[in-house]
Design a protein around this ligand. Structure first.
Ligand code: PMP
Length: 420
């Protein structure tokens, strides 16, 4: 009897099971960038286009009411997935980046004042760094980064020293998209709230491996993207505690978010609608709902355990490859592991793996400050998901070993391309 993950790989992920690119067999190990959609997600989106497509919250006719009900049902699915108090705390966006920009803009409008301090961390993805940097600049506030240790974890002593300055907010990832470091969110939220600091969690990399319950965690905001959860691109969520969403002013304006408008006085909707100006990606939202339901149906604990096991196996094999250095040594790692193989550049290593049918990511993974802190120009990132197999990881390690040995023997001089 095959394992459950082999069964669902064959049944639900044809793209993985018959993976190929330009007629060439492929092993897909770039799930931190994006995951493949499950069949259930594709069906849900097809069903949307075939029998549900109409604009929402506007029409009085049957189809529009059906589309509105489906949208609000997915809001409920998202709220339950995150353990939110109510669907009123779920704002639909086009992805984690859009969620963080929306939030940073709302903060700049409502909360940030000249001389305020905002914190982010040295391991943030640019999407949780640049929106805060720009918001702080606009308000003449400051942005400081919590540094990382040599192990690739957050320096909590440095965080405490920064918290003494009573920052307004900490922007932190649940899981690093480069090192795979799992941050101690509960501890971070406790320390921040003691200092009167709000916490924004970027969970873009976390929700397949970590069971985050926003009510238990007590974070103020959290965001994620559908496409890293077997869902489609172009859709994501911003969770915000109800009292925060009530308090923040909307930074985007247009249709769907207005309660009344007697020129020039406009009154805006409350709750999530206030932040959802314009027409949403309704098919994407249908796909997102199906993706979250899919993960629940397969079993989130089972998925998390399988991904932990596969990643531990990946780290174990890669550590044994001569010439490879794994970045960081966090106590808990999830989702991704990155490596370097000097003097080869990350770009060249990834290119050679691609030539042999293995898809991994190279570069700085939208985390330039992290790579600068580590003193490296780029890295190769490997990120398996539950539909990958141990045999694929074996193939990666063998191919890498063979490739590095051949390069060493040939004394190949590799180019000087930027690992951007
Ligand atoms: N944060 C992290 C930690 C990520 O890994 C990513 C995606 N690479 C993002 C934010 C941005 O996600 P998206 O591109 O889907 O908006």
């Amino acid at each position: 009897m095959p394992d459950w993950h082999t069964i669902i790989r064959d049944r639900d992920f044809p793209m993985i099971e018959q993976a190929e690119c330009d007629g060439k067999a492929m092993i897909y190990l770039d799930n931190a960038a994006t995951t493949q959609c499950s069949r259930q997600v594709l069906w849900a989106m097809e069903n949307y286009w075939q029998s549900q497509h109409a604009n929402v919250h506007r029409g009085t006719y049957c189809l529009s009411e059906k589309a509105t009900a489906a949208l609000e049902e997915t809001r409920l699915v998202c709220a339950e997935f995150l353990g939110a108090e109510s669907p009123e705390e779920i704002v639909f966006t086009s992805g984690a980046t859009a969620s963080l920009n929306l939030l940073a803009d709302a903060w700049a409008l409502t909360e940030l004042r000249e001389g305020d301090l905002v914190l982010a961390t040295e391991m943030e993805h640019h999407s949780n760094l640049l929106p805060w940097l720009e918001a702080a600049r606009r308000c003449s506030a400051g942005l400081e980064l919590v540094p990382i240790t040599a192990e690739g974890t957050l320096d909590l002593g440095a965080l405490d020293r920064l918290l003494d300055r009573r920052p307004k907010l900490l922007a932190v990832c649940a899981v690093s998209n480069v090192l795979g470091t799992v941050n101690p969110l509960g501890e971070l939220v406790r320390r921040c709230h003691d200092a009167g600091t709000a916490v924004v969690v970027d969970a873009a990399q976390a929700l397949r491996h970590e069971l985050i319950d926003v009510k238990d965690l007590d974070c103020d905001f959290l965001c994620f993207s559908g496409h890293k959860l077997m869902g489609p691109t172009g859709v994501g969520v911003l969770y915000g505690k109800k009292e925060w969403l009530d308090r923040l002013r909307p930074p985007r304006f247009g249709g769907g978010m207005v309660r009344s408008f007697r020129f020039p006085e406009a009154e805006y909707e409350s709750g999530p609608l206030k932040f959802e100006a314009g027409t949403l990606n309704l098919a994407g939202i249908a796909g997102l709902g199906a993706a979250l339901e899919y993960l629940q149906a397969v079993g989130r604990k089972r998925i998390a355990a399988r991904e932990r096991e596969l990643l531990a196996y990946t780290v174990h094999l890669l550590e044994a490859v001569e010439g490879v250095r794994i970045l960081g040594k966090p106590e808990r790692r999830a989702g991704a592991v990155s490596l370097i193989a000097p003097p080869l550049q990350a770009y060249d290593v990834a290119l050679m793996l691609d030539k042999q049918g293995i898809a991994v990511r190279s570069g700085r993974h939208c985390a330039h400050p992290l790579h600068r802190a580590l003193g490296i120009a780029g890295s190769v990132r490997v990120s398996p998901a539950f539909y990958n197999t141990a045999e694929e990881i074996d193939a990666l390690a063998e191919t890498l070993e063979r490739t590095l040995a051949a390069a060493k023997k040939a004394g190949v001089s590799f180019g000087d391309k930027a690992d951007g």
